[in-house]
Write a protein that binds this ligand. Structure first.
Ligand SMILES: [Zn+2]
Ligand SMILES: [Zn+2]
Length: 143
């Protein structure tokens, strides 16, 4: 999934109309995993020229609603988006610089962390955020 045609196919499969901003947003998020809205707007404008903030917000909302984008928001961070959806992967966040990386599912299939008591709920997802220092920040600490 990396050419405009692939993104167009993705939109059609989700019964969404193919528009320039939608394709541009998908491409921007694909190229910048865990990008915040400002980064996405910058990338979309680099591709299409003038596009309003509101237009990009609307597209992000539609694509997230259709399950083509996943929205994450670690505490203390603005919302971030990624095209890697549907695999219940987790994230590790650097306390110092805010860098975010993917962490594959802890063990096995979603929800991969068995709740000790499900309270009668049918659980299909576990949202886990690991916190620590990225390699750059932890090596700065020792030098
Ligand atoms: Zn860091
Ligand atoms: Zn991710």
């Amino acid at each position: 999934m990396s050419t405009p045609t692939d993104f167009e196919r993705l939109l059609r499969r989700s019964a969404l109309r193919v528009t320039g901003p939608r394709v541009a947003v998908l491409a921007a998020v694909h190229d910048n995993p865990h990008a915040d809205t400002e980064t996405i707007i910058g990338a979309v404008r680099a591709r299409l020229g003038a596009v309003s903030h509101q237009a990009v917000y609307d597209v992000l909302k539609a694509l997230t609603g259709a399950g083509l984008l996943r929205r994450i928001q670690p505490r203390g961070s603005v919302a971030r988006y990624e095209t890697r959806v549907g695999d219940n992967h987790h994230h590790v966040v650097c306390r110092a610089c805010g860098a975010i990386a993917d962490v594959d599912c802890a063990v096995g299939h979603a929800p991969c962390l068995a709740a000790s008591d499900n309270g009668g709920f049918t659980i299909d997802e576990a949202e886990v955020v690991y916190w620590g220092l990225c390699s750059e920040c932890s090596s700065e600490g020792v030098s």
